[in-house]
Design a binder for this molecule. Structure first.
Ligand SMILES: NC(=O)c1ccc[n+]([C@@H]2O[C@H](COP(=O)([O-])OP(=O)(O)OC[C@H]3O[C@@H](n4cnc5c(N)ncnc54)[C@H](OP(=O)(O)O)[C@@H]3O)[C@@H](O)[C@H]2O)c1
Length: 327
């Protein structure tokens, strides 16, 4: 009989609800427990998602021997402490992006995962969409030749609440850590660590970056341009341009259902991968496969990529003048 993996959710907020909705597409896992500091919220979430257990502290969740994996779904400043809490109790962790506020915290989390030999993965859900797999396959096959340029963006115009998590520095406010991590991830996945970075940010009165743009330069000559914003809606495009043609991950690229390959001859091929769920099922299926195989690290979203993302984010924030108390 197939094993069912018991998932505990830490922090029943906006993203936790979307994550929980994806379980209907992954029968090998179930939301077994929910933990919130607020009993009513825990009860409501448990009722809405048919969850067996609810806890009113995160400590109770990590101590439940029946929990196999914990999904950390709180704002970024809490990821560090909560990841360590889970790992030190031997619980496998899927932690929402960004895994930490800076490289120092990220390095400590990865060290704890290695020391405790416990699975840890940053929840960069875009990594697991079939459109991203197809893009990587096309690049590996040499379909567009030598990469010359890459562009990816993720900007939206949200309500301004200086106390809320998008603007409040104590809650990890700012575009780079909220949505900038997506285009940055795409550039690093395709081209690797840049040899040179130039970054620019516009800041809110709280010190949070409202728009950030960066150029990554590579020894090969390739240049990547990334843009993120919490005040301006962007097309959410991703393009990779090469000597033989270009690949477009169609908007919204971070959860896309279509990839287009356009060769210099004009020949155009569209690859479609319609979703059956909200897209979180791809990441969840991957984590289940890692747990089934007894892995402590994902081969698709490895610790090294998370550490590279934290390092590059630190440099983008340094150049843009974005500083958290823990920096
Ligand atoms: N993958 C994606 O597409 C995606 C999309 C949006 C967000 N995210 C990521 O998911 C994370 C959570 O975002 P969200 O918008 O879902 O968060 P949220 O709804 O604001 O909060 C989620 C939970 O975090 C805890 N929390 C909130 N504010 C807190 C505070 N001031 N102090 C201590 N705990 C607090 C609460 O837990 P209690 O119930 O225990 O109080 C809350 O239920 C962020 O890191 C974000 O980057 C990912």
């Amino acid at each position: 009989m197939t094993r069912i993996w018991n998932v505990g959710i830490l922090g029943p907020g906006k993203i936790a609800n979307r994550f929980a909705d994806s379980f209907k597409h992954v029968p090998e896992a179930k939301v077994y427990a929910i933990a919130s500091r607020d009993e009513n919220k825990a009860k409501e979430f448990a009722a809405a998602h048919n969850v067996e257990k609810y806890y009113t502290s995160y400590e109770q969740l990590v101590k439940d021997p029946a929990v196999d994996l914990i999904y950390i779904a709180t704002p970024h400043p809490f990821h560090y402490e909560q990841s360590l809490l889970c790992l030190n109790h031997g619980k496998a962790v899927l932690c929402e992006k960004p895994l930490a506020l800076n490289l120092r915290q990220a390095t400590e989390i990865v060290a704890a995962a290695k020391k405790t030999k416990t699975f840890f993965m940053e929840g960069m859900w875009s990594r697991f969409f079939p459109t991203i797999h197809k893009t990587i396959d096309l690049l590996k096959s040499g379909a567009i030749g030598e990469i010359k340029s890459l562009h990816a963006d993720f900007g939206f115009s949200g309500p301004v609440n200086l106390e809320g998590r998008l603007y409040n520095m104590a809650l990890g406010g700012g575009a780079q850590l909220d949505v900038g991590v997506y285009p940055m991830f795409f550039a690093l996945l395709v081209l690797g660590k840049p040899d040179e970075i130039k970054a620019f940010s516009q800041l809110a009165s709280t010190g949070a970056d409202t728009t950030t743009q960066a150029l990554f330069k590579y020894k090969s000559g390739a240049i990547a341009h990334i843009l993120s914003s919490i005040v301006a809606d962007s097309p959410k495009d991703a393009h990779i341009m090469g000597t033989l043609g270009r690949i477009t991950v169609q908007t919204p690229w971070h959860k896309s259902e279509k990839v287009t390959l356009r060769l210099n001859s004009g020949e155009t091929t569209e690859f479609a991968f319609p979703h059956s769920g909200n897209g979180f099922e791809f990441q969840l299926q991957h984590v289940v496969r890692c747990l089934e195989a007894g892995e402590t690290e994902s081969d698709e979203m490895p610790h090294s990529l998370s550490l590279m993302m934290a390092e590059v984010s630190d440099e983008i924030r340094r150049q843009g003048g974005v500083k958290y108390a823990v920096d």
